[in-house]
Design a protein around this ligand. Structure first.
Ligand SMILES: O=C([S-])c1cc(C(=O)S)c[n+]([C@@H]2O[C@H](COP(=O)(O)O)[C@@H](O)[C@H]2O)c1
Ligand code: NI
Length: 408
């Protein structure tokens, strides 16, 4: 499972998000190819390596052609009507983008439209996007959905979401920070926004907030797994300090890090649930894995009063008990949890990267009292099988041949 963790210590905008995605491996060309499916013209992506505060990162910008600037009124010095929600919906729905990208892109625009509608006391259909309707913002929002899809991100965690303070001048006039659309998107959520009172400008734009609200699965949460890449997307505003969004890409499929003891202790948490849907339970299992559980699963059971129900089981390290129980009480209908300490016999394991005809591949080398075996990450084999159009078995056999002579 791939997890993207955003450290939004200096806020988030569409450009910062796409810059951060490029910094952890999103290809500009692949993004452009997908964006072409919208059939929009008159823009260019600029993805540039930059150094700020001695840190290397990416500056991402969408440049509009002169006629686009004229269309949205920027060359005339005033803002004409942009596109409305219905038009943008049509552009997305009529495109050849993947269903997931379309769903996320529509969710992002709906989010902004609903916030704008409340702020300006209009119906969603009446909302005329001003800055957000300009082509660069369309590219930012749809690009965000495309970027996550291209990188194969399964979940996104946003940490330290920070805005500035004071007021800024935008097309509506002078508004307070967080700007009205951002403040509105926060309503009814528990999205934690800190404020820096020494930074007198906007750090979270409506585009950035929509990305956070629609695409993040959790906030202020640590994640286990192998940290594969860290990158920075720079913001364009001068804030007086490093204006960047840090993205960290974790692979939790590789999270069973090296184990060097043959006997260890784990805790099994269990609770019976008869009042949550399958969809909700699947989310809880994902959340438990995100929190760092070794495993989490549900078993079908028949409970008291003949109720078909589920037993939710979570295998954890002892020190995770308090955090996991807290998450269960907070986010599920659970009111009690059973816990059991267990001894476990484990094979010693080492995660290694080996070079093969397919490039570098991860493997787990397992040992227990003279028994030795090697396993691969299924998702990695699957990806290679899809890329090379051959079966997973063939991929695995070829890798085994390639590593025969290597010292594992
Ligand atoms: O155009 C819209 S919808 C808009 C609304 C608001 C409100 O808070 S209401 C604010 N802004 C400002 O425009 C720029 C660009 O925003 P992006 O999200 O497109 O980066 C930014 O300063 C917003 O605060 C726009
Ligand atoms: Ni507005």
């Amino acid at each position: 499972m791939k997890t993207l963790v955003l450290n939004a210590f200096s806020g988030i905008s569409g450009d910062m998000f796409l810059g951060a995605l490029c910094a952890v491996g999103l290809s500009k060309e692949a993004l452009e190819t997908e964006l072409e499916k919208l059939g929009l013209h008159g823009y260019q992506l600029e993805v540039q390596e930059k150094t700020c505060s001695s840190i290397q990162g990416i500056s991402f910008e969408v440049h509009l052609a002169q006629h686009q600037l004229k269309d949205i009124g920027i060359l005339e010095g005033h803002h004409q009507h942009g596109r409305n929600f219905h038009e943008i919906q049509g552009i997305i729905e009529d495109s050849a983008l993947s269903p997931t990208v379309k769903k996320n892109a529509l969710a992002l625009f709906t989010q902004v439209a609903e916030a704008e509608a409340v702020v300006h006391r209009q119906s969603v259909a009446e909302v005329q996007f001003h800055e957000v309707g300009a082509l660069d913002s369309i590219i930012d929002l749809i690009g965000a959905a495309i970027g996550l899809d291209l990188l194969g991100i399964d979940q996104m965690i946003v940490n330290e979401l920070t805005d500035g303070s004071g007021t800024i001048k935008i097309a509506h006039g002078v508004v307070p920070v967080p700007v009205p659309a951002v403040a509105q998107m926060q309503v009814g959520t528990q999205i934690p926004i800190r404020q820096r009172f020494d930074v007198k400008t906007e750090l979270i734009t409506p585009t950035g907030m929509a990305i956070v609200k629609c695409l993040a699965n959790a906030y202020d949460r640590s994640v286990t797994g192998v940290l594969e890449k860290v990158g920075y997307g720079f913001g364009q505003r001068e804030t007086g300090s490093l204006n960047a969004l840090r993205a960290s890409l974790y692979n939790s499929l590789l999270s069973q890090q090296d184990v060097t003891q043959e006997q260890d202790q784990v805790m099994l948490l269990a609770t019976n649930i008869d009042d949550m849907t399958g969809e909700q339970l699947a989310d809880v299992v994902t959340e438990m894995i995100t929190l760092g559980a070794k495993d989490a699963w549900v078993e079908p059971i028949l409970m008291k009063k003949g109720r078909p129900a589920y037993k939710l089981c979570i295998l954890i390290d002892l020190q995770q008990q308090a955090a996991v129980e807290r998450a269960l009480f907070t986010n599920t209908s659970v009111i009690g949890v059973r816990h059991q300490l267990m001894k476990r016999t484990v094979m010693q394991r080492n995660i290694k990267q080996v070079s093969t005809r397919y490039g570098s591949v991860h493997l787990k080398a397992l040992r227990y009292q003279g028994v030795e075996k090697v396993t691969f990450e299924h998702a990695e084999l699957h990806e290679l099988a899809v890329t090379h159009q051959i079966s997973i078995n063939e991929i695995q056999n070829n890798i085994l041949t390639d590593i025969k002579e290597q010292d594992i």
